[in-house]
Design a protein around this ligand. Structure first.
Ligand code: NDP
Length: 398
């Protein structure tokens, strides 16, 4: 029985709060805290349980975070605000003795750069303080890393290639919308692509490489090679991997809008002067785009995210392995009021916190999810709305 604070009351925070509230035997008290308290209040009201309360915090301020932590004395903080707040929240955790979990690696605001070095630099301090920090515990990063650890534990003596494949075959009926925070999403997609080959990182132009991949229960979809943060830790933690890539599907309509947004300068993350005021075009764009939290109502179809792995099995024979989850937007909405992208992120975040609080993933230091035992986590993920499936020796298409 433990108290947790969830920071962030967006699409993902809403799902985390709903899912934690379903397990009072683990999460005896839940505080939802964010910059805009009315959003936290709305989530708490929708859940309607006396052990779910709200508070306010600007998570850019270590001082405010420490005040929040001292007021509530949580065992763990589940950080589902934005990646910009990761380091301030980790600093406050160290100062106040709170364990930490997030779903996205730290990014500085002024440069869209994805790497774990900033957070890995906290390893020794968390270890010395006897605190656990679990990094990247959404779906991808998150379940994608645990799927890989599960494959290594149960099937492979040496994994050689890893392709993480992420398909959203849902339709929300809008001309253009992003499925999670638009600013974070557009920063990620408009970057150069990058993949790992024979010990080196190969850089590609944004969305330069694509191919048609078939997804279970969905069919063929054009899939684009992107850089994704979990590749960095997975190739270090599983050094037999010779090639690691990440693929995501996009429709033509989405890509056309994205190109126009970039061509007209609306994806810029530097400040511009407008009417005597400084604005960041991408932040302004976020203000006028549909709110990802409001997409759920008319969202149909499903997501399919998984890992396609090849290598040698435990006897040294060639093996291909595909492990994936499909998640329905309609079902996610019925349960939490949010679409499947928020749902597939929020369920694993709750499960990661549950693993820590029940002593299964309690390891002082700063860790990526694949460093823990995958079995109890994947059991919890399946029991909490994200069942997964395996295919051995099928065609990986890659
Ligand atoms: P939203 O934009 O919907 O929500 C973000 C929330 O954080 C809002 O409640 C916002 O409050 C709050 N917030 C922002 N800045 C601060 C601050 N300084 N102090 C306190 N609260 C703040 O985002 P999502 O819910 O879509 O995404 C949340 C996180 O999940 C992101 O980091 C995203 O990268 C990650 N994610 C991870 C995935 C994975 O599979 N690993 C997939 C999808 C998302 P306010 O409304 O006041 O701005």
């Amino acid at each position: 029985m433990a108290k947790v604070i969830i920071i962030g009351a967006g699409g993902v925070g809403t799902v985390v709060a709903h899912k934690c509230a379903q397990h009072p035997e683990v999460f005896s008290e839940i505080v939802i805290a964010s910059r805009t308290r009315s959003k936290c209040d709305a989530v708490a009201a929708a859940i309607g349980k006396p052990n779910v309360t709200t508070d306010t915090v600007d998570a850019d301020s270590v001082e405010q975070l420490c005040e929040l932590f001292r007021r509530h004395k949580p065992a763990m903080v589940i950080n589902v605000a934005l990646p910009y707040q990761d380091l301030t929240i980790m600093d406050a955790c160290l100062e106040c003795g709170v364990n930490y979990l997030d779903t996205a690696n730290y990014e500085p605001r002024d440069v869209a750069h994805f790497e774990y070095s900033w957070q890995w630099a906290y390893r020794e301090r968390f270890e010395k303080a006897g605190l656990t920090a679990i990094l990247g515990c959404g779906f991808d990063p998150g379940v994608s890393g645990v799927f890989t650890a599960y494959a290594a534990k149960h099937y492979f003596s040496a994994m050689e290639t890893l392709d993480i494949v992420d398909c959203n075959a849902g339709n929300h009926g809008k001309a253009f919308a992003t499925n999670f925070n638009p600013e974070i999403n557009i920063r990620e997609i408009t970057q150069n692509g990058r993949y790992y080959k024979e010990g080196k990182w190969v850089v590609t132009k944004p969305l330069e490489f694509h191919r048609t991949l078939s997804y279970p229960n969905i069919g063929p979809r054009e899939s684009y090679l992107l850089y994704h943060e979990e590749l960095e830790s997975l190739v270090l933690n599983f050094p037999t991997i010779k090639q690691a890539r990440f693929w995501m599907t996009f429709g033509q309509e989405y890509l056309t809008h994205l190109r126009v947004i970039q061509d007209i300068g609306m994806a810029r993350i530097d400040e511009v002067e407008y009417n005597g005021q400084k604005i960041v075009p991408l932040q302004f764009l976020k203000a006028v785009l549909p709110n990802p939290q409001d997409l759920g109502k008319n969202y149909h179809g499903e997501t399919s995210i998984g890992c396609r792995i090849s290598g040698k099995d435990k006897e040294g024979k060639p093996l291909t392995y595909y492990i994936y989850n499909n998640c329905s937007h309609e079902e996610a909405y019925k349960e939490t009021g949010m679409q499947a992208v928020s749902y597939t992120t929020g369920v694993p975040a709750m499960c990661g916190a549950m693993m820590f609080l029940t002593g299964k993933w309690n390891k002082p230091g700063v860790h990526n999810v694949e460093e823990f035992d995958p079995d109890p986590f994947l059991t919890a993920v399946a029991e909490n709305g994200l069942p997964w499936h395996e295919e051995l020796n099928g065609d990986l298409e890659l």
